[in-house]
Write a protein that binds this ligand. Structure first.
Ligand code: ARG
Length: 759
């Protein structure tokens, strides 16, 4: 019986499009209850305890949240960690100079002393998680507004986290799931000394660039490596020379057996956010307003940045992360819009909502609980609709477009307090009775002012560390002018009319050039001089200060103006999510991603991107050579890689055909934040590192496309080949636990490398 089932499954899987994609970013503590049987049927050989256990070493101990924005996995007993190149990108950039350009040439620490520390970069490893819904909900009532519910959740969540971490260095966090219907507490161990170990050149790690981004077939070696360090006693510590490599509870063994169509795959990681419960109204708003406006603004931002980055190498390096991040989601929004349309997501959502309405209306009790759901959503979107476009201009073009706006606002918060303190001294002294008290007032104020100036200096150091004046002022000129022209005057800061239109005759470039002449916010030396002797009168006349204060003010005011819409939307989604789960009691629903650790499982699989077109499940080095274009920096193939290709010098990393595999796809359900996640086979061994999704399913964060959706991963054999053969850093491969079971013999549960076996 079992065998027949197995044969049937293999038959079904080999048909490409028949592969059933597995929607769901599952909570680790619920795997045995919700997913385990299915995972076993698909090829998992481990026990639930080997995946997630509070008391014993398990898979989760090898998975880290990298800085809260990516995922990494521990792959040696000495704290070696693998993630994506685009996740390590900013660290690589920070260490790069025109002379030592690690972005272009790659970087490899040939010994521990050469590993490079990274200010502010941390990793978190989950210790345990707990359902605290009852505790959080105990103090909520049906009469409460959504805002009141949220503040209850915040208060109780903070208390629970505090209680769970008291007397430890651990971090506790309570998070909201299923749109306010469930709450879980997470306890993490955090490590603050994470050092860069290695990165391939961008011509490997970012091969294909923005052209290939979000697309299959792919030929990118999107990986980089770090090492986690602890204090000599194994506890978490800030960077110190005496620190030692982390001795992890578990590290992933690495399989060089490779993957086949239909193979079981699971991915652990920290997906950031999805919108799977988004209503049809939300889909329409994204297609018509939010996405196209964002894309239009970013088009101009990227073109402006390119002018300066292409002209000068130091600028190219300085702005590389900012550019890559902007470009990544610029293309994301293009793809999402296109695929929301192609995949008919509005209609699919509408169908779900129609079914929901019939279900609600069929029963008086349901009507009482859920009757208002869709009206709340309709109302919420109707009232936000008129300001979506101007809101995008305010935020994307006005606030985060140039580098200066947010900096000026942050500085203003500090300097505002500084001047307030300074100006308050006289009055406070008047009120004081004795000379002693008067003196104390003055010295307290002096201490506070000194502290504030210190904060302002630190803010300034950080800001100018990644700042390019010519680019910034060009962004101010171009993006603010675009904002000015494409919105009506009541949707803009009055600064545009009062200052730029009047004083500069509407010439945004003249305004921006004026900043270069005199503004403290675009020139570090000038700012430092100002901070040495802050003059309030001059400060209050700073045009950038005035403009940024007004824009941030508008932003917060719009949040307040939309508070009622927010209430309606929050309540609508809370009810819709609860109602859908009640309507389909047998369907397993996974919560939307929220940067908490999840597991998704599925299988390796080819697909049909459109009628008559077949996409195979893996790529090889042949494709790298086919795409080569020495005149296009996205497709330059490094000489050493070509040489290895010519000589077919792939060592033990070639596949059974003697080819060098590069990337593969599987139907796991991932999103941003999963970048760097391990792709793990049925034996618990690492087979790839996930780094992207595919173009045809770019609507996937809103609606999971069962036939189309794929995770794109770099094959671990290509990673090892690059480290070993290309970079000559084989000592890193030596510290891993390599598994080669030969094609005939598959490891059984008992043979899964345990802590003892792998250390
Ligand atoms: N789209 C990928 C993600 O968001 C990032 C890929 C980085 N590569 C690139 N060419 N920008 O996870």
């Amino acid at each position: 019986m079992k065998k027949i089932l197995a044969i049937f499954l293999v038959g079904a899987l080999s048909l490409g499009t028949k592969v059933k994609a597995d929607e769901g970013m599952w909570l680790l503590s619920l795997i045995s209850q919700l997913n385990y049987a299915d995972m076993q049927a698909k090829g998992l050989k481990l026990t639930p305890e080997q995946l997630y256990s509070i008391n014993n070493a398990s898979m989760k101990d090898a998975i880290v949240s990298l800085g809260g924005f990516c995922t990494g996995e521990i792959i040696s007993g000495e704290g070696l960690m693998l993630t994506n190149h685009h996740c390590g990108f900013d660290a690589i950039r920070t260490h790069s100079t025109v002379e030592n350009d690690y972005l272009t040439d790659g970087f490899w620490a040939m010994n521990r002393a050469e590993e490079k520390s990274n200010d502010g970069l941390y990793v978190r490893i989950l210790l345990r998680m707990e359902d605290v819904t009852d505790k959080v909900m105990a103090e909520m009532t049906d009469e409460m507004s959504e805002t009141e519910r949220a503040s209850v959740a915040k208060k109780i969540g903070a208390a629970l986290a505090e209680e769970a971490t008291k007397g430890t260095k651990n971090k506790g966090l309570v998070k909201n799931f299923f749109h306010g219907n469930e709450y879980y507490l997470f306890i993490y161990e955090q490590f603050d000394d994470v050092r860069l170990v290695g990165a391939p050149p961008s011509s490997v790690g970012k091969y294909g660039g923005d052209t290939d981004n979000w697309m299959w077939p792919r030929h990118t070696g999107d990986f980089s490596m770090f090492r986690i360090y602890t204090a000599p006693d194994g506890s978490s510590a800030a960077y110190a020379e005496e620190n030692i490599p982390l001795n992890p509870r578990h590290h992933l063994p690495v399989s060089i057996d490779g993957v086949k169509d239909g193979d079981f795959t699971m991915v652990f990681g920290f997906p950031g956010s999805t919108d799977r419960y988004l209503s049809s109204h939300g889909v329409q708003q994204a297609i018509d307003k939010y996405n196209p406006t964002t894309v239009e603004i970013r088009d101009l931002k990227l073109a402006t940045m390119r002018t300066y980055m292409e002209a000068d190498d130091a600028t190219r390096i300085l702005l590389a992360s900012n550019y890559a991040q902007t470009a990544n989601y610029w293309k994301y929004y293009i793809g999402q819009t296109e695929q929301l349309k192609n995949n008919g997501v509005y209609d699919k959502k509408k169908a779900i909502e129609d079914e929901f309405i019939s279900w609600v209306n069929a029963d008086a009790a349901r009507k009482a609980t859920y009757g208002e759901t869709l009206d709340l959503l309709a109302k919420g979107y109707a009232s936000t609709d008129p300001t979506v476009v101007s809101g995008r201009y305010l935020f994307e073009a006005g606030i985060i477009g140039p580098q200066s706006t947010v900096y000026a606002w942050r500085m203003d918060r500090i300097m505002g307090m500084y001047f307030e303190t300074k100006n308050g001294i006289k009055a406070a002294q008047k009120a004081a009775e004795t000379d002693e008290e008067k003196e104390k007032v003055a010295s307290d104020a002096a201490t506070k002012m000194e502290r504030l100036l210190g904060a302002a200096q630190a803010q300034t150091e950080e800001h100018f560390g990644e700042y390019h004046q010519a680019t910034d002022v060009a962004l101010i000129a171009n993006l603010w002018e675009m904002y000015y022209k494409n919105t009506s005057s009541e949707q803009q800061p009055s600064f545009f009319t009062n200052v730029i239109a009047k004083k500069y005759k509407g010439d945004f470039t003249a305004f921006a050039n004026g900043l270069v002449e005199k503004s403290i916010f675009v020139d570090k030396t000038r700012m430092m001089e100002f901070l040495a002797e802050p003059n309030e009168k001059a400060y209050s006349k700073e045009e950038l200060n005035v403009a940024s204060a007004e824009m941030l003010g508008m932003y917060f005011a719009s949040e307040e103006a939309n508070a009622e819409a927010g209430q309606n939307l929050d309540k609508g989604y809370r009810l819709l999510t609860a109602g859908l789960r009640e309507m389909n009691p047998d369907k397993k629903y996974a919560p939307d991603a929220n940067s908490t650790i999840r597991m998704t499982y599925g299988t390796v699989g080819s697909y049909y991107p459109k009628d008559g077109v077949f996409y195979d499940y893996y790529t090889t080095i042949e494709g790298i050579m086919q795409k080569e274009d020495p005149n296009n920096d996205e497709f330059v193939v490094p000489a050493k890689l070509k040489e290895l290709y010519m000589n077919k010098d792939y060592g033990q990393y070639a596949n059974t055909d003697g080819q060098m595999p590069v990337c593969f796809i599987s139907n796991n359900d991932i999103t941003g934040g999963n970048s760097g996640s391990p792709v793990i086979n049925g034996n618990g061994e690492l087979i790839g590192c996930a780094f992207d999704g595919n173009w045809e399913a770019m609507s996937g964060d809103v609606f999971f496309e069962t036939k189309l959706q794929r995770t794109i991963s770099v094959d671990i054999r290509y990673v090892l080949f690059i480290i070993d053969k290309y970079a000559g850093a084989g000592h890193l491969v030596d510290e891993m636990t390599l598994v080669k079971t030969a094609s005939v013999k598959k490891a059984s549960v008992e043979e899964m490398p345990t802590e003892e076996a792998t250390n």
